[in-house]
Design a binder for this molecule. Structure first.
Ligand SMILES: C[S@@+](CC[C@H](N)C(=O)[O-])C[C@H]1O[C@@H](n2cnc3c(N)ncnc32)[C@H](O)[C@@H]1O
Length: 170
C-alpha cells in the first residue's frame, strides 16, 4: 500500500522497497544526507538511522513527524554537504537535491564515502536527472569511474530521473 506522504513520488517508494528487501544483517545503519522531512528514512527498516539536512527548520519538522509516528531510532542532525562523515554504515542515500552540486565535488565525496564510510556489500543510493531545467545533469558513469562497485538501477522516473544503487563489492 502507498505511504500517504509519498504519493506521486515513486522513486522514494522504490528506494524504500529496494533497501527493506535486503537481509536483516545488511540493514544495521543508514544515513540519508538531504533527508528533508524524512519521508524516505522514516520508512526504512534499519536499527539505526541518521537523517542529515542543511536546513534546521526542515530538521525540526522531520523530528516532529518521526515523533508522531513513534519512531525512536532516527537521529536528525544539521549537515551541509560536502563536509566530512564520521560513521561507517550499510547505506548512504543522497537523492533529489544533488543536481545543484558540481560533478567534480560530488564525485570526490562519493569516492570518500564509498572507500571510508561504506561497509562491504553496502550501497550509496543516488539519482541523476537529464533535464535542462536542472542546474546540473549528472552522469552516473562519471561518478562511479574509480569505484570497485556493482551499479544497480532501481528505476526510471519523470524528468528522466534515474535512481541507482552503487554497491561496494565484498
Ligand atoms: C527535495 S528535498 C528531498 C528530501 C528527500 N531526500 C526525499 O527525496 O524525499 C531536498 C533536501 O535536501 C536538502 N539539501 C540541499 N542541499 C543540501 C546540502 N548541500 N547539504 C545537506 N542537505 C541539503 C534540502 O534542505 C532539502 O531538505
Amino acid at each position: 500500500m502507498a505511504h500517504y506522504s509519498l504519493v506521486g513520488r515513486n522513486y522514494a517508494e522504490d528506494i524504500i522497497a529496494f533497501l527493506n528487501s535486503k537481509p536483516k544483517e545488511s540493514r544495521y545503519e543508514v544515513i540519508e544526507i538531504g533527508c528533508g522531512l524524512g519521508d524516505i528514512i522514516r520508512h526504512l527498516d534499519y536499527q539505526k538511522k541518521i537523517g542529515y539536512d542543511s536546513e534546521d527548520n526542515v530538521l525540526r519538522a522531520a523530528s516532529f513527524l518521526s515523533r508522531i509516528s513513534r519512531q525512536k531510532n532516527i537521529i536528525y542532525k544539521s549537515f551541509e554537504f560536502p563536509i566530512l562523515l564520521n560513521e561507517m554504515v550499510n547505506t548512504i542515500i543522497l537523492v533529489n537535491w544533488i543536481h545543484h552540486i558540481e560533478p567534480d565535488v560530488l564525485k570526490m565525496k562519493m569516492e570518500d564515502y564509498f572507500e571510508n564510510h561504506l561497509l562491504p556489500g553496502g550501497e550509496i543510493i543516488i539519482d541523476t536527472v537529464q533535464d535542462k531545467a536542472y542546474r546540473i545533469n549528472h552522469q552516473v558513469s562519471f561518478i562511479v569511474q574509480n569505484l570497485n562497485c556493482t551499479l544497480i538501477k532501481i528505476g526510471d522516473y519523470l524528468n528522466e530521473r534515474e535512481v541507482f544503487a552503487i554497491r561496494k563489492k565484498k
